[in-house]
Ligand binder design. Structure first.
Ligand code: FES
Length: 148
């Protein structure tokens, strides 16, 4: 003998549908943020070919200045004789930012004592390659740097 009253099949279907969809929504709420966290966003980076690195007055003789070239650092240097040069400021060893050393008249990397001369050539320490050199154009008050 059956004590249970007969259930309405459409009501049972509706409850199954409701439970199923809430289970899917719960799983989505759990896994979507995890998925979004694990997949890095696509970074659209426009390659800049030219940038005003500094104003003329900002770079005195025998000094250097770090500037931003797109998402990478660059360094503009005015030598003792007044010649303006520009290089990538990312050390070719492990990407530390290099700096100009007025006492040594060279570009140095403080991370592992890498040294570059004023042509960007690696002369001592661990850097394996020269720094990328940029073309410099001094016009009016602007020092413009262009990637080759
Ligand atoms: S990162 Fe520059 S010498 Fe190592």
């Amino acid at each position: 003998m059956d004590d249970h009253p007969p259930t309405n099949p459409s009501r049972r279907k509706f409850l199954d549908y409701l439970l199923g969809s809430s289970a899917v929504a719960t799983l989505g709420a759990i896994f979507y943020p995890i998925f979004k966290f694990m997949v890095p966003p696509e970074v659209v980076e426009a390659q800049q070919n030219s940038v005003v690195a500094a104003k003329n007055a900002e770079v005195a003789n025998n000094t250097g200045k770090i500037f931003k070239f797109g998402s990478k650092p660059g360094i503009v240097i005015r030598t003792e004789t007044g010649e303006v040069k520009a290089f990538s400021a990312s050390c070719t060893h492990l990407d530390c930012i290099v700096q100009y050393d007025p006492a040594k008249k060279s570009i140095i990397c403080a991370c592992h004592n890498g040294v570059y001369d004023l042509t960007g050539k690696n002369v001592s320490g661990p850097p394996p390659r020269p720094l990328e050199e940029f073309t410099v154009n001094v016009k009016g008050d602007d020092i413009t740097v262009t990637r080759a």
